[in-house]
Design a protein around this ligand. Structure first.
Ligand SMILES: NCCCC[C@H](NC(=O)[C@@H](N)CCCCN)C(=O)O
Length: 466
């Protein structure tokens, strides 16, 4: 009887293969997100992208997701059409967006190719190449975030009641490896064949990612047909209705998790953009030295996240980990903000970066596998999409807030740097703002623990029940 009831998800080989297929695409997707990040200097000289232009292109990733609320639609689409179709759709969006971005920065376009005259005819302070790159990156952003929620729902589909947190931790570790790899590969490729080669290779890898999602399609289809045949007439699959979303928006616990997510991630991803500058300023390092020091951060998170995932699967304690992770992010940012100059040594900075790496493992490892404990499976895609949407708003606005605070807390410094003076920004105020995000996240993590105890969501319980 046991055997008859087995489905593909009961086979470790099949479910881990499904995970690798999903994670491989996210590996390439995270590479593409940061493919231009290490090339700001080349972009300034070859395409005349000022730091403002560079920042605008980087931020355009979130534009359609936030303002057109594409992410919310993506969640509804995912819950309606299912994981495999949503995966293909998101993969296609990523490839289309990346190809447009590639065209925008290509020599062909910038030498007056198709559309150049049009894009060069308005808002001339912003290069035509950057306008097209923004358009492409915004479409890619829709694809990558839709892929993110699809992969999360896919992992729950294959691993619920099994190694769920370990699988999510591994998927995130593989994605972080993508970020690390592109920071090494992209400058090398740009040196060999220019920026177009870097972005071209990134686009090609996304095509391989789409292929990987296509292979996953057949695994998912097989699993669904097995699950359907096991389902009895008295136990039909629940249909998703848009009105079901009301239950998500009115769930206090869900909103606490979404708030914790936006606050925590706003203290991490935007900080990554300012960390090199802050370390240069505080330790008097060169950009390369500061970049090398900070590169320990994603590596640490990459190694630790799967282990913490394994711990949650077997021992639980996810809510406690969210609390501990939020506490560490405060300590780390306060070290950067208020350690006196004479005490802020290389070792202190390295220690703080390691703490941040631990924090960036604790929270993601605990947060994403906890969502299925709070909402019904039929609205899981929408639940992830609402969290991502709220998070994207924070990720878009925080760099603007931090950039502004850096400017107003350092009056006249930008002008003096432009005039050739060798002076540095003081990062105290921006770092205190990052720490404040951590304090608010900690308060929500504490409240979540209280709610979990009161309502019994099982956030502290292991995922695998013996
Ligand atoms: N299966 C886990 C999915 C979430 C991983 C999480 N990613 C995000 O939250 C994205 N919405 C934002 C990525 C922004 C990249 N610049 C993560 O921890 O990476």
């Amino acid at each position: 009887m046991e055997k008859i009831h087995n489905t593909l998800r009961d086979s470790p080989v099949a479910r881990w293969t499904a995970l690798i297929l999903l994670a491989l695409t996210m590996f390439f997707a995270y590479m593409f997100i940061d493919v231009l990040a290490p090339l700001s200097t080349q972009l300034e000289t070859s395409l005349k992208w000022s730091p403002d232009t560079f920042g605008a292109v980087a931020g355009s990733e979130y534009f359609l997701n936030v303002f057109v609320a594409f992410l919310i639609f993506a969640g509804i689409i995912l819950d309606r059409i299912g994981v495999r179709r949503s995966a293909i759709l998101s993969g296609i969006l990523m490839v289309i967006g990346a190809s447009i971005k590639l065209y925008g920065i290509s020599d062909h376009f910038n030498a007056g190719g198709f559309g150049y005259d049009f894009f060069n005819s308005f808002w001339t302070g912003f290069p035509a190449s950057a306008k097209v790159a923004c358009m492409g990156f915004a479409i890619f952003g829709c694809g990558v975030e839709m892929a993110g929620i699809t992969v999360s729902k896919g992992i729950v589909k294959w691993f619920a009641g099994k190694e769920l947190a370990l699988a999510m931790g591994l998927e995130m570790a593989i994605a972080r490896l993508g970020v690390f790899s592109v920071f090494r590969l992209s400058p090398y490729l740009a040196e060999q064949g220019g920026i177009t080669l870097s972005v071209g290779v990134g686009t090609l890898l996304l095509l391989i990612g789409l292929l990987s999602f296509s292979v996953y399609f057949f695994f998912d289809k097989k699993l669904d047909s097995q699950t359907d045949s096991l389902r009895t007439a008295s136990d039909p699959e629940e249909e998703f209705k848009v009105s079901d979303l009301k239950a998500i928006f009115t769930s206090k616990t869900f909103m606490v998790v979404a708030g914790l997510c936006v606050l925590f991630y706003s203290a991490i991803f935007p900080f990554q953009k300012f960390a090199t500058g802050m370390l240069e300023s505080r330790l008097g390092m060169t950009t390369v030295e500061a970049g090398n020091l900070f590169s320990y951060f994603p590596i640490g998170a990459m190694i630790l996240t799967p282990f913490l995932g394994w711990f949650i699967d077997h021992k639980g304690k996810a809510a406690t980990m969210l609390f501990a992770g939020s506490l560490l992010v405060i300590i780390c940012h306060l070290i950067f903000a208020i350690t006196p100059v004479e005490n802020f040594t290389f070792a202190v900075a390295l220690g703080a970066i390691i703490l941040l790496g631990i924090s960036f493992s604790l929270v993601p490892a605990a947060l994403w596998p906890s969502v299925p404990k709070l909402v019904d499976n039929k609205v899981l895609g929408s639940a992830y999409s609402i969290i991502f949407w709220i998070q994207n708003i924070g990720l878009m606005l925080t760099p603007i807030l931090i950039g502004w605070s850096l400017k107003v807390s350092n009056p006249g410094v930008a002008e003096r740097i432009l005039a050739g003076e060798d002076i540095k920004y003081n990062y105290t105020v921006p770092m205190l703002i990052f720490a404040a995000f951590g304090v608010a996240a900690l308060a929500l993590a504490f409240y979540l623990k209280v709610l979990d105890k009161k309502k019994g969501y099982g956030l502290e319980s292991p995922n695998i029940r013996k």
